[in-house]
Write a protein of this length. Structure first.
Length: 163
C-alpha cells in the first residue's frame, strides 16, 4: 500500500484507534539492537505523511534516537463493540490496527499551533490533578516523517481490507 496515496484513510483510521485506546506504541532500538516499546498518547498526525509528538516522559526512547532516528508506531482499535461486531460477523470492516514506519526529527520547542491542537485534545481532563501532573507543561516536540504503513492482519477476517 502506498502511504502517500492513502494518507487520509490511514490518518482517519489511526486517529480512530487512538480515541479507543488513548495511546499508541512507539518501537525503537538501542545501540545494542535491543527493541524498546514506549506508550505515547500525544502523537498528532498532520498532512503529507507527517506528524509530531510531545516528548516529556520517555527516558530510553530519546537515547535510542541518538543511535537511530527510525521508529515504528502501532495503534490498535481496542473498542469492545468493534471487536464484538467483527467476531460476530467473521470479518473486520476496517483494519484492527496500523503500523507506521518513519524517522523522527530533533527535539524542539512546540509551536503555538501545536500547543493549541494538544490542549484541544486533552481539554476534558483540564482541572484534574492528573492534568497538572502529566500534561500542563508539555512544551517540546519531535516531528515524525512516515514512509511506510502496514496493516495489522487477522487472516481471513482482514483479507479484503484496503486492496
Amino acid at each position: 500500500m502506498n502511504i502517500k496515496d492513502h494518507w487520509q484513510e490511514i490518518r482517519e483510521e489511526f486517529q480512530n484507534n487512538i480515541k479507543k485506546s488513548s495511546y499508541c506504541a512507539f518501537a525503537t532500538v538501542d545501540k545494542a539492537g535491543n527493541p524498546h516499546i514506549t506508550p505515547i498518547g500525544s502523537l498528532i498526525l498532520a498532512e503529507a505523511c507527517q506528524g509530531f509528538f510531545f516528548e516529556r516522559f520517555p527516558e530510553k526512547m530519546p537515547k535510542n534516537f541518538q543511535t537511530s532516528d527510525r521508529v515504528a508506531v502501532m495503534t490498535v482499535n481496542t473498542g469492545f463493540f468493534y471487536w464484538f461486531r467483527a467476531l460476530r460477523k467473521g470479518v473486520f470492516h476496517s483494519p484492527p490496527g496500523l503500523r507506521l514506519y518513519g524517522r523522527v526529527g530533533e527535539l524542539r520547542p512546540a509551536t503555538e499551533s501545536e500547543l493549541f491542537i494538544w490542549q484541544k485534545k486533552i481539554r476534558r481532563a483540564k482541572g484534574s490533578r492528573g492534568y497538572d501532573i502529566l500534561w500542563k507543561d508539555m512544551t517540546r516536540v519531535r516531528d515524525i516523517y512516515f514512509d511506510d504503513v502496514r496493516l495489522v492482519t487477522a487472516g481471513a477476517m482482514t483479507r479484503s481490507l484496503w486492496k
